[in-house]
Every structure is written in C-alpha cells, then in structure tokens.
Design a protein around this ligand. Structure first.
Ligand code: NAD
Ligand code: DAU
Length: 339
C-alpha cells in the first residue's frame, strides 16, 4: 500500500485517519479530496502542510471530471470514502445535500474508481443503517438494514450501491460500519463537542427527550485502526462492524461531562426530542476481532479525559467555527441564540 486517496479528509474522522496513517506507515502517501463544506476545515490538517507525503485536492465527489482527473494524478492503491453529510439533525432540517453527497457522490466515486481499476475501495459507513435496538441485543453484520433518518437512509443507499458494484462488476469493495465516534477535531454540532464547548462558556446543554437514548462510544483512533485493518486485511465484498463497548445513556454521558468540567447539573436543559430518534445502538464486534485481529484499545474514561483536554487546549479552533454560519444553525436547531 503506497498511495491512498481519501475523501472527506478535512472532516473529523478523515483528518484523524490521515494524520494517523502518515504517522503509522512511513512509506504511505495520502491524497485528500475534500469539498470543504461547513464541516471540512483545512485547519484540521494544517500540521501536514509541506509534508511531501500529503497532497490536498479541493473538489466534490459528485464531480466526475474532477474525480477522474484526481485518480489519474499517479497510481493509487486504495480509495477510502469518508466524504459525507454526517449530522442526523441537519438531515431532518434538509435532506437534499445528504442525497446528493452520500448517494450520488458514492455512485460517482464507484464508477470513477472502477474505470480507473482502483484495486481496493473502502466505504466508511455507520451502524445507523441497522436502525434502532431495544434495551438488549447487538447489531451484527447480518442485522437487516432498517434506517430511520434521512441521514441513515442515504448512508444505507450508498452501502447498497457498494454491495451492488461488488456483485455486478466484481469491484473490490469493503464496507465498515461504526458506532458513535468521539475525539479531537469533531465539529461542535455532535453531542460530545457541542456539550463541552457550551459548558466551557457556562451555557446550557440541550438534552433531547428524557436523555435515556443509548449510544456506544468509540474513540476515533480505534475507528481509524479498524478502517486500516479492513483496508489491509479485509476480504472484498465483506462488511465489518466496529464499536467501542462503551454504552451510555445520553444523560449519563452529560453528567460525566458536567462533572469533569466541574459545572453544575442545573445547566442541563431537557428539550424537544429529535424526530424519529433511534433509541439504542450497540455493536457486536466479534467478526472484526476474529477476521481482522482488531479490538478497541482506548477506554472511554481515558478517551473522554483526553478529548476534554484537547477542547480545552483548542478553544480558538472552536471559537472560529462558532463565529460563522454555525450561529444560524444553532438558532434554527435549538431556537436559541448563542451568546
Ligand atoms: P464530518 O462531517 O466531520 O466530515 C465530512 C467531510 O466530508 C468534511 O470534510 C466535508 O467537507 C467533506 N465532504 C462533504 N461533502 C463532500 C463532497 N460532496 N465532496 C467532497 N467532500 C465532501 O464527518 P465525520 O464525522 O468525520 O464522518 C466521516 C464519515 O464517517 C462519514 O461517511 C460518516 O457517515 C461516517 N461515520 C461517522 C461516524 C461518527 O460518529 N462521526 C460514525 C460512523 C461512521
Ligand atoms: O452511530 C454512528 C453515528 O453517530 C454517525 O453515523 C453519525 O455521523 C454521527 O453524527 C453520530 O450520530 P448520532 O445522531 O448518534 O450523534 P449525535 O452526537 O448527533 O447524538 C448523540 C446522541 O445525543 C443522540 O441520541 C442524540 C443526542 N443529542 C444530540 C445532540 C446534538 C442530544 O440529546 N442533544 C443534542 O444537542
């Protein structure tokens, strides 16, 4: 594996993956294709500027000519598709960009990669394609697909295209499905970075419904290790689930954040529930453990402590994001202006 093209490398998981990949494999070069939407931030990889093994190409995965040109830059051993519209709440406000990037973008990328004879393609998907669990049980790779939000429906459509390209064209695809990531560089619209950044400004944290919904939290670097294991050791046509074995109710997590930041529990504000809110996600990771030799390594306690430290040390990064269109989004989503 010499040259990897990633899409969406200026977002949260993509930027962590690119940095980790270059640090882990001295012989690997990365081309990063990113449209720089609201969630894409060149600052996330500013430390790689000037690195001869890193190249950035600004562009849209829906733009076939641009993708063809970029794939022709030099021989590419693998493509990893991180690029997506990723936030469930935004997909409820407007599903259009989700259909475009997540479905059409994946189809354009698959066609372009097939034509360019790319030897390996990894689709970074989500456990949300499986729908919602009750209070027990786990998602396996065999769980029927049953997406509930426009976001997860668009990711499921992409997964089905990926599956079809393997069956129809024998195009060597691998799909990964992971639970909720947390860690540095996560855009402050998702629960953990949103709540940390609000609390650092002594602002309330909006907990949806009763706060009893459950998510399985995984540190982003454990997810990156999983994607890398699937890339290098996965079998074409297969799906691999990743999770952190760290299930928490949202309210339990919120209280952990308040306590870690020494803030009063009176900052909890229960707000109207998310429409169609999936109750619980939990992952059976035995296939990835058995076939890829992967398992999560970061405990939730150490990962959360490090993440809080990162946000404390990067208040400028958060403030720059929060100064722009983010304020309008916050007003629309939460009916409240950020002070
Ligand atoms: P993110 O929103 O932080 O980043 C998405 C990136 O994709 C941004 O840099 C954005 O500019 C780029 N992008 C968006 N549309 C594009 C387009 N049309 N062309 C090129 N680039 C485009 O997302 P994330 O949280 O880092 O998620 C990355 C991937 O992982 C997504 O596919 C998501 O569905 C999946 N995933 C995320 C999680 C999670 O917990 N965040 C869990 C499982 C899977
Ligand atoms: O499971 C993987 C998925 O995890 C990824 O595919 C998505 O890209 C990623 O955004 C994430 O989706 P969630 O909807 O689970 O993450 P989010 O951080 O938005 O919400 C986590 C939980 O917290 C969820 O139950 C909703 C709740 N929540 C969220 C926000 C933003 C609140 O209670 N209040 C909030 O303000």
């Amino acid at each position: 594996m010499k040259t990897i093209l990633v899409t969406g490398g200026c977002g949260f998981i993509g930027s962590n993956f690119v940095r980790w990949q270059l640090a882990t494999y001295p012989d690997v070069s990365v081309i990063n294709v990113d449209k720089l939407t609201y969630a894409g931030n060149l600052e996330n990889l500013a430390d790689l500027e000037g690195n001869p093994r890193y190249q950035f190409a600004k562009g849209d995965i829906c733009d076939r000519e641009f993708i063809d040109r970029t794939l022709a830059l030099r021989p590419i051993d693998a493509v990893i598709n991180f690029a997506a519209e990723s936030h469930v709440d935004r997909s409820i406000l407007d599903s259009g960009p989700f259909i475009q990037t997540n479905i059409v973008g994946t189809q354009v990328l698959l066609d372009a990669c097939r034509k360019a004879n790319i030897p390996r393609y990894v689709q970074v998907s989500t456990d949300e394609v499986y729908g919602s669990l009750g209070s027990d049980g786990f998602f396996t790779e065999e769980t029927p697909l049953a997406p509930n939000s426009p976001y997860s429906a668009s990711k499921t459509a992409a997964d089905l295209l990926v599956r079809a390209y393997f069956h129809t064209f024998h195009f060597p695809v691998i799909t990964t499905r992971c639970s909720n990531n947390y860690g540095p560089y996560q855009f402050p619209e998702k629960l953990i970075p949103l709540f940390i950044s609000n609390l650092l400004n002594d602002q309330q944290v909006p907990v949806y419904g009763a706060g009893t919904n459950v998510r399985d939290w995984i540190h982003v670097i454990d997810h990156c290790r999983g994607i890398d294991a699937a890339l290098r050791r996965g079998t074409p046509g297969e799906v691999y689930n990743f999770g952190g074995h760290s299930e928490l109710q949202n309210i339990e997590l919120t209280k952990k954040l308040l306590d870690a930041l020494k803030k009063p529990h009176s900052l909890i504000k229960y707000v109207t529930d998310r429409a169609g809110h999936d109750f619980r996600y939990a992952i059976d990771t035995s296939k990835a453990e058995r076939e890829l030799g992967w398992r999560p390594q970061v405990t939730f306690e150490e990962g959360l402590t490090d993440t809080i430290e990162w946000y404390l040390g990067h208040r400028d990064w958060v403030d720059r994001i929060k100064s722009g269109a983010y304020r309008d989004y916050y007003q629309t989503q939460y009916g409240q202006r950020l002070s």
